[in-house]
Ligand binder design. Structure first.
Ligand code: NCD
Length: 361
């Protein structure tokens, strides 16, 4: 039986007042990830392990026998996908990752169809899910809600792991995992992620994917980051303070064209106007924060163009066929890294590695 960290037994207020490091440690069990709440809980070692595992799963799944082996690993586990905000890719990639390992999944996507409409609290809803399911994957508009649920469920008689699939403007840790996996794959023949320069462009103030990824990348050496955004939507000091603490070089920029020749990866994002109070971002000219075809010429031949998607006009479709455009690959990587996360949470990572050594290695 897996044993929780003693700190999980504290009251919510006491738990929440612990340092991020201490909370992150409590989300692990016997050395491996259990709850997935924020990106800072992943070490470089975790990222390398998960990425390697994702690649093994991807390769094993190519054969019929390999797929049959993977599907035999977790047929007794059921996942609840509880999505209280719109989602296409994150939802579908979790949904597609489950059956790779033989898991079943169910979904609640709208409070309208659940008892929340009768006045049930979201906390009680999620506690109900924990009676029927073995992992809860949740997207919620409130920052910190997934963490509270992880703490709550850890204090019930049927604790189950919680995976944050997007919490408010704050965090989207599994997107950051797939982004790092994509970077690992892109820079496989170029000494990996260390020493690379990345530009983040778009709505950096309210984009949770950028916030999670920028923090996750502090695990690597000699990274340089450029933040390209309209002044109103620039990255804020809560993130840049963390970068300073971890010794990451960063700077803000007003124009993509100034940084494009210098970088190894550009991470484009859309305007997050669903967070506007009164449509204030309507007056922002976002045109300068789109990756035009003209910029392709200035981009290094070995660089990559990323986007968490959905996109609006940030990247025209005609760029999709450029070999440097990896955003559709990111989508597929999302499925493999999420399968790797399930396998790690449910301790099937070693069996997969053994199978891989014997059959594919
Ligand atoms: C992102 C999200 O939901 O934060 N999408 C995703 O999960 N791939 C990005 C966005 O909505 O802009």
């Amino acid at each position: 039986m897996l044993v929780f960290d003693e700190r999980m037994k504290l009251s919510w207020d006491e738990f929440h007042s612990l340092s991020l490091q201490q909370r992150a440690e409590s989300f692990r069990m016997e050395g491996k990830v259990y709850h997935t709440i924020f990106s800072q809980q992943f070490s470089r070692h975790d990222l390398e392990q998960l990425s390697r595992l994702a690649t093994k799963i991807r390769r094993i799944a190519k054969s019929k026998a390999g797929m049959a082996f993977l599907q035999s690993l977790l047929p007794h586990k059921r996942a609840m996908l509880y999505f209280q905000q719109p989602s296409t890719r994150t939802f579908l990639s979790f949904h597609a990752a489950c059956p790779i390992l033989g898991m079943k999944s169910s979904e609640v996507r709208e409070a309208r169809t659940s008892s929340e409409i009768k006045g049930e609290t979201p906390e009680d809803s999620v506690r109900t899910f924990s009676s029927f399911f073995d992992v809860i994957i949740m997207r919620h508009p409130e920052a910190g809600f997934a963490e509270k649920i992880a703490w709550l469920l850890s204090n019930t008689e049927r604790p189950v792991p919680v995976i944050n699939a997007g919490s408010g403007k704050d965090q989207h840790p599994t997107q950051a995992l797939l982004d790092v996996y994509t970077l690992f794959r892109s820079f496989e023949d170029r000494m990996g992620i260390d020493g690379k320069s990345l530009a983040f462009c778009g709505d950096l103030k309210r984009g949770r994917t950028v916030r999670s990824l920028a923090q996750l990348l502090t695990n690597f050496e000699d990274i340089e980051m450029y933040f390209v955004a309209p002044p109103e939507l620039q990255i804020e000091s809560d993130i840049t303070d963390i970068l300073d603490e971890r010794g990451v070089k960063w700077q803000k920029a007003d124009k993509l064209e100034d940084v494009v020749p210098l970088i190894d990866a550009v991470y484009m994002t859309r305007l997050q106007d669903e967070w506007d109070d009164k449509g204030e971002s309507r007056n922002i000219d976002f045109a300068d924060f789109n990756f035009s075809k003209k910029l392709l010429k200035q981009l290094k031949p070995s660089a990559v163009i990323m986007h968490p998607l959905p996109r609006r006009n940030e990247i025209p479709d005609e760029i999709d066929n450029d070999p440097r455009a990896v955003y559709w690959r990111q989508v597929r990587n999302g499925m493999w890294i999420r399968a790797a996360l399930f396998a790690t949470i449910f301790r099937r990572d070693d069996v997969i590695s053994d199978y891989y050594e014997t059959n594919n290695g």
